[in-house]
Write a protein that binds this ligand. Structure first.
Ligand SMILES: Nc1ncnc2c1ncn2[C@@H]1O[C@H](COP(=O)(O)OP(=O)(O)OP(=O)(O)O)[C@@H](O)[C@H]1O
Ligand SMILES: [Mg+2]
Length: 245
């Protein structure tokens, strides 16, 4: 459906999950302009987990939102899964996101009138999958995340950590090529956080997949293949090949 324009080698193989060049994002605040991303140069490799770390307010969530096509950059080039996002209309971006990207953001954004399993199934129903299959697939994933007995609960009946796992299942159920997570383990105890990271790890190992995780949680750094540090709107340090795959 999408013309793959950049980020490919001669054989049509993707070289990177995400490629940012000189990426800038400016927010207008009254008369002032707040330049939050000041020129991001970053390649995010396929087949692994990249963690994005940095102090509060340095621009991590903004960068994830731009990479995911939720915010338009002010300047620069951005290629995601072989597609130049700069070239897509907003409507094309919605379709691109639905097909290729899974998100877990700081707010879980679960629909309050749907049960846990229905919240997950929404991603599949939107893609035209029949309800019975969508519910089965969603139940299976929730069970894997330790929520097998809570699939029919409404979000208001779940703890913060349980809601976070539902948000996870919703992000992963359509098997996206790029998974972006903002502080995915912050509301979880160590054991659940570890289980969630193991699941992400299984997903990330696929050669055409990548997982990007913004985190302050040093307990999960062991899962990172690459750690990129952000300072005041720039990438200031990249440590790669941290794990043997
Ligand atoms: N929609 C917006 N309009 C105006 N300014 C914004 C907007 N979103 C973010 N900002 C500003 O951009 C800067 C970076 O915000 P961002 O949420 O990306 O930080 P962060 O690194 O994710 O921080 P945290 O670790 O606290 O989540 C902040 O100064 C914030 O106030
Ligand atoms: Mg943030």
């Amino acid at each position: 459906m999408y013309q793959q324009t950049l980020g490919k080698s001669g054989e049509g193989k993707l070289e990177a999950a995400v490629s940012c060049r000189g990426l800038k994002k400016e927010f207008a605040q009254g008369e002032f302009k707040n330049l939050v991303l000041r020129g991001i140069d970053l390649d995010i490799a396929l087949g692994g987990i990249t963690m994005l770390v940095g102090e509060s307010g340095c621009g991590k969530t903004t960068l994830l939102s731009v990479i995911s096509g939720l915010l338009n950059p002010t300047a620069g080039d951005l290629t995601v899964i072989g597609q130049s996002l700069i070239k897509l209309s907003n409507k094309q971006k919605v379709l691109f996101r639905r097909e290729n990207i899974g998100f877990v953001f700081q707010q879980f954004n679960l629909l309050p009138t749907l049960t846990a399993v229905e919240n997950v199934a929404v991603a599949l129903l939107a893609a035209g999958i029949v309800r019975k299959v969508a519910i089965e697939k969603s139940s299976y994933l929730l069970d894997k995340l330790g929520l097998g007995s809570r699939i029919n609960a409404f979000p208001s009946q779940l703890s913060g950590g349980q809601q976070q796992r539902v948000a996870f299942a919703r992000a992963l159920v359509h098997e996206p090529k790029l998974v972006v997570c903002d502080e995915p383990t912050s509301a979880l105890d160590s054991a659940t956080g570890h289980a969630v990271m193991q699941l992400l790890d299984q997903i990330a190992v696929e050669p055409n997949r990548a997982v990007v995780v913004v985190t302050h949680d040093s307990r999960i750094f062991e899962f990172a293949d690459t750690i990129a540090r952000m300072t005041d709107g720039y990438i200031t340090e990249i440590r790669s090949n941290l794990r043997k795959r």
